[in-house]
Ligand binder design. Structure first.
Ligand SMILES: *[C@@H]1O[C@H](CO)[C@@H](O)[C@H](O)[C@H]1NC(C)=O
Ligand SMILES: *[C@@H]1O[C@H](CO)[C@@H](O)[C@H](O)[C@H]1NC(C)=O
Ligand SMILES: *[C@@H]1O[C@H](CO)[C@@H](O)[C@H](O)[C@H]1NC(C)=O
Ligand SMILES: *[C@@H]1O[C@H](CO)[C@@H](O)[C@H](O)[C@H]1NC(C)=O
Ligand SMILES: *[C@@H]1O[C@H](CO)[C@@H](O)[C@H](O)[C@H]1NC(C)=O
Length: 587
């Protein structure tokens, strides 16, 4: 599929505009059948589909698909990319699928439609939740009183969501953006749900309410994430006319980040597989190892290996000789490489990895790496990376203790989902984790969780773990019992352990002292642990450890030295045009 075909666009746009208008009317009609809620949306839709909108459609980006099937694939990729900043991707994707697929001939990315879709999905959930509470029986007067609090908050929630919708409408007309209002309202709605849950005393009713509201919270969290991402671009171009509807020279919407645009290009143009691995026999090989073993030794060009959807139960090593490989999957939960080697069964930690990368210049995209040994098997690595200039985009690393062994050399992780319990990111690489979601799992009864265990052993080493613009949260199973387990940001595996957490969001479940010793006073004065400009309820550093090596007040300049260019000599990341990366600090 070619992205260069933009000269054909204007003609196509004209044809499609008419078609699109028809589709919108159809949608509005359909909507009225669905539910009472949709009547509200319908009103907005009516405003929305005024002639102004039709005019601005002219500017909307279009993605010329070469076939319908390919279009479906492309639009779902685009949805995946748009949903990248959200925590609940499946819900986000389901919500947006409805919007993007309204037009069968081409996907259109209208930011207003996206925002409205996510807000209305959240609203839907609130109504559903209210509905479910009708069945609740309150035996105790305290519960009854708590529920009265909730009822008021539900009311506030629906009002503020409606207000948010209206704001998006008005913004579309006046092009005057009140992003902060929108974010404030959505944040308020989120906290209403929390307040409602908090109103109940510990016990059955509280749990029930929590269960009913969890989905609502997830939808609101998604709305917030999407609103933030769409408007952060807009904010930068204040004053520019109708930015939301304009596209850049390549036909991409300007509100998308540069990185996202690149990713879309990549998904739709650049990454043509040289070789395909498919379990179902539709590729060149059915196993990853067969494919790797077939590679010629004297290869001089980067090779793209596409691993189709499926669970690959194999142990894979990208050897030192296998340099410059790009391996991409169908999605980090679709293409999964799975193993179960572990320490308890007699394998040394180092050798437990399901997937090990030694070959320089490896790029992994949309792949999942898993070790299924479980917490009772102790150390059990999913991914071990020893390769210089290695990059992982939108990947998933899933295990319990020691999930990701970022062993040596320069490594860049972006948009990855990394989950585990003890020391689940460890090693002695110079590794930056950018915009990753670190989800802490429930450990065994007598255990605690530690996010990082960096292993810098000598003060001259240029290594360290940097978490930049990441989010650290408990997963679904840990969350309800998080008070029972302590979770720390890190502990010093080696004497000069170095970990920097900056511009990240830290959940409240992190222990107030933040960091944990390895053994006695080992490394406490030689390590270097820094927290810089983090946010979230767990980011308060006032009760943090008082070790000589810990610092919560470094200068901007010092923080900057842990960003991509200085810390990873990051120009090699640029070489690979597929990679989304943020240089420098965010704020
Ligand atoms: C609320 O519940 C009623 C029946 O109890 C059902 O008919 C209705 O569709 C529900 N509404 C929503 C928004 O779930
Ligand atoms: C891999 O499969 C593709 C598509 O069937 C084919 O064009 C290509 O020649 C195959 N490559 C090898 C090395 O078998
Ligand atoms: C690589 O080696 C194969 C045989 O081992 C040979 O046929 C091929 O010409 C070589 N390619 C290059 C680029 O040297
Ligand atoms: C691998 O890629 C790097 C950077 O593009 C290049 O300098 C090197 O020559 C490549 N090596 C091989 C064997 O392809
Ligand atoms: C933290 O680092 C800054 C320099 O960036 C230094 O001035 C300050 O004294 C350090 N604080 C501690 C507690 O080491």
């Amino acid at each position: 599929m070619a992205f260069e075909e933009f000269s054909q666009l204007s003609k196509r746009r004209r044809e499609e505009r008419a078609q699109k208008y028809k589709k919108k009317i159809l949608l509005a009609v359909l909507c009225t059948f669905i539910s009472l809620l949709c009547i509200a949306i319908g009103v907005f839709s009516f405003l929305y589909f005024t002639d102004k909108q039709i005019k601005s459609d002219k500017n909307n980006n279009v993605f010329p698909p070469s076939s319908k099937k390919e279009h479906v694939k492309t639009s779902s990729k685009i949805i995946e990319i748009i949903c990248e900043p959200t925590d609940y991707k499946k819900k986000c994707e389901d919500t947006l699928t409805k919007v993007v697929r309204t037009d069968v001939s081409k996907p259109s990315i209208d930011p207003r439609a996206i925002i409205k879709a996510t807000i209305s999905a959240a609203m839907d959930e609130v109504f559903k939740a209210i509905n479910m509470t009708h069945k609740f029986k309150f035996d105790k007067p305290q519960d009854k009183a708590a529920f009265d609090v909730c009822k008021k908050l539900f009311q506030d929630s629906t009002e503020e969501l409606a207000q948010s919708m209206k704001q998006v409408e008005e913004e579309a007309k006046s092009n005057h953006i009140k992003i902060n209002d929108l974010k404030t309202w959505l944040s308020a709605v989120y906290s209403y749900q929390e307040t409602c849950i908090d109103a109940f005393d510990k016990g059955n009713m509280k749990n029930q309410m929590k269960g009913v509201l969890s989905s609502t919270e997830e939808y609101i969290s998604n709305s917030l994430a999407l609103v933030s991402q769409i408007f952060s671009a807009v904010e930068k171009f204040k004053g520019k006319r109708n930015l939301l509807a304009t596209v850049d020279s390549h036909g991409f919407p300007e509100w998308m980040s540069h990185e996202q645009r690149k990713l879309i290009v990549k998904y739709t143009t650049n990454l043509t597989p040289d070789l395909t691995v498919a379990k179902d026999g539709s590729g060149n090989y059915t196993s990853i190892n067969d494919c790797l073993n077939s590679l010629p030794q004297n290869r001089t060009k980067r090779i793209n290996i596409f691993v189709k959807e499926g669970i690959y139960n194999e142990y894979v090593t990208i050897t030192k000789k296998m340099v410059n490989i790009t391996m991409f999957g169908d999605g980090s939960q679709k293409t999964m490489i799975s193993g179960s080697k572990n320490f308890v069964d007699g394998v040394r930690t180092f050798e437990t990895a399901t997937f090990a990368v030694l070959g320089e210049g490896f790029v992994g995209i949309a792949l999942g790496f898993r070790n299924t040994a479980g917490p009772e098997k102790h150390q059990a690595v999913a991914l071990r990376v020893q390769a210089d200039r290695s990059i992982f985009l939108n990947c998933r690393m899933e295990a319990y203790q020691d999930t990701l062994y970022a062993q040596t050399h320069r490594q860049f992780y972006r948009g990855c989902y990394i989950t585990g319990t003890i020391d689940f990111i460890f090693g002695d690489a110079a590794a930056i984790f950018q915009s990753c979601l670190l989800m802490v799992r429930k450990p065994m009864e007598n255990q605690q969780n530690i996010v990082t265990a960096q292993g810098r052993a000598d003060k001259h080493e240029n290594t360290g773990i940097v978490l930049h613009n990441c989010r650290i949260f408990p997963d679904k199973e840990l969350d309800p019992v998080k008070e029972k387990f302590k979770t720390y940001l890190g502990r010093p595996w080696k004497e000069y352990s170095r970990t920097i957490i900056m511009e990240s969001t830290i959940g409240e479940f992190i222990a107030p002292e933040g960091w944990m010793p390895w053994e006695g006073s080992f490394a406490l004065s030689t390590l270097y642990y820094v927290e810089f400009n983090n946010h979230g309820p767990g980011a308060d550093t006032s009760k943090r450890v008082k070790w000589a090596g810990y610092n919560n007040s470094i200068s901007r300049q010092e923080a900057h030295s842990y960003t991509v260019t200085p810390f990873l000599q990051g120009s090699w990341i640029r070489e690979n045009s597929n990679v989304q990366v943020h240089f420098g600090l965010y704020n």
